[in-house]
Design a protein around this ligand. Structure first.
Ligand code: GLA
Length: 398
């Protein structure tokens, strides 16, 4: 086409301008780290150890992650939460607590890497972390550079002490600094759902917290915003459409094995986190796990639901008060189903094939993922007894 008229020139000029803008925005606005294509799996120090973190704990935890079979089940990241940092040097570089981490973070990262695992740290978008350690506000590029130099693979980025700062500015600032650092670092946003990050952070974080802090209880609620896993679960319904490969809703780390709940309740908590395509960050003492807790955390059939490559977050398909049915479509065309009994007594629960988008008249194969057993072929649906506060987790294929 020859350009003859001023109109055609204008068309060419504006077309090129819009095209360039698109490319520039694509480079600057997208989270292009190619990480967390399935929900990240690992361990974080906070739920069990709080500020009591040390080089010894992290090394022993890395060892335990391997020897317990957790690494084999897919867990990868060992993340030190708050309190590893004490101050900045005169150039602004963050300094780790030399008493608790005498060999330094680089040596510790090397140790974790030598086990075939990945290493993560925590910081905060404000002036100080939630425990009063130096925050990254104004130091984003220096900190990202330091993390890259140390061999950090995962950053959890919190939201305390952020007066006058906006989530939509602070998180992209750290995302850009991490991208610029030259190292691939998973970016875990932790602003507790305060700005509804699911609406704007798809290209900013690999995962974003959706609620206040999880507590090791069935349904407790703390006045400062912490809550048990069932109130957190209730807040996830409706968020499923915002999750996908590289960008996940994060209903917070696991409490499995921390002692506040029964084995049945921990099984339910774990199963639902798997179905929600939630990041699976264990939060217990991996060095001292009972066989039951280890069995929960390493159930590869339930983990496979979480790590399914299609990356669809499961959702609640029926709510009969205390009796809920949740489902997740899987890559092979089958559906994961959780029959969840919130009641304090046993209940007979049912799912129909129609509810799953299958044909009621056709037979479907049913497998129980906690019993590790094929239950047979059924028409119309499947019904079974579910323990109080318990789940039955099924894979259904028609
Ligand atoms: C906040 C976060 C927690 C934990 C603590 C550490 O409360 O939500 O997950 O990181 O800070 O101080």
């Amino acid at each position: 086409m020859f350009i003859r008229s001023p109109k055609q020139w204008r068309f060419l000029f504006f077309g090129t301008f819009i095209g360039l803008l698109f490319i520039a925005c694509g480079c600057a606005c997208a989270l292009e780290n190619g990480l967390a294509l399935t929900p990240p799996m690992g361990w974080n120090s906070w739920n069990k150890f709080g500020c009591d973190v040390s080089e010894k704990l992290i090394k022993e935890t890395a060892d335990a992650m391997v020897s317990s079979g957790m690494k084999d089940a897919g867990y990868q990241y060992i993340v030190i939460d708050d309190c590893w940092q004490v101050k900045r040097d005169d150039k602004g570089k963050i300094i780790a607590d030399a008493e608790r981490f005498p060999s330094g973070m680089k040596a510790l990262a090397n140790y974790v890497h030598s086990k075939g695992l990945k290493f993560g740290l925590y910081s905060d978008a404000g002036t100080a972390t939630c425990q009063g350690r130096p925050g990254s506000h104004g130091f984003e590029e220096i900190d990202a550079g330091t993390y890259a130099e140390w061999g950090v693979d995962y950053l959890k980025y919190d939201w305390c002490n952020t007066d006058g700062i906006k989530q939509q500015d602070a998180y992209p600032a750290m995302r850009d600094a991490l991208l610029k650092s030259g190292r691939k670092i998973v970016f875990s946003m932790c602003e507790w759902g305060s700005s509804q990050p699911w609406l704007w952070a798809e290209k900013v974080g690999n995962l974003w917290r959706t609620t206040g802090d999880i507590q090791d209880c069935w349904e407790c609620k703390r006045d400062w915003g912490g809550m048990g896993w069932t109130p957190i679960l209730d807040l996830q319904a409706g968020l499923e459409k915002y999750a996908g490969p590289g960008h996940w809703n994060d209903p917070d780390m696991l409490e499995v094995g921390n002692g506040g709940m029964t084995v049945t309740e921990y099984k339910s908590h774990f199963s639902l986190w798997c179905l929600l395509a939630s990041p699976l960050m264990a939060g217990n003492d991996l060095r001292n796990m009972t066989p039951e807790i280890k069995e929960i955390l390493t159930n590869k059939e339930v983990i496979a639901l979480n790590q399914d490559k299609r990356g669809i977050q499961g959702s609640k398909i029926r709510d009969d008060g205390d009796y809920e049915v949740w489902s997740k479509p899987l890559k092979d065309g089958s559906k994961a189903v959780i029959l969840f009994n919130r009641d304090a007594k046993k209940a007979e629960m049912k799912v129909t094939w129609e509810e799953l988008g299958f044909k009621n008249d056709n037979a479907a194969r049913v497998r129980d993922l906690w019993l590790h057993k094929d239950l047979g072929k059924f028409v119309n649906g499947f019904s079974t007894e579910v323990d109080p506060h318990g789940v039955v987790v099924l894979k259904v294929k028609q």
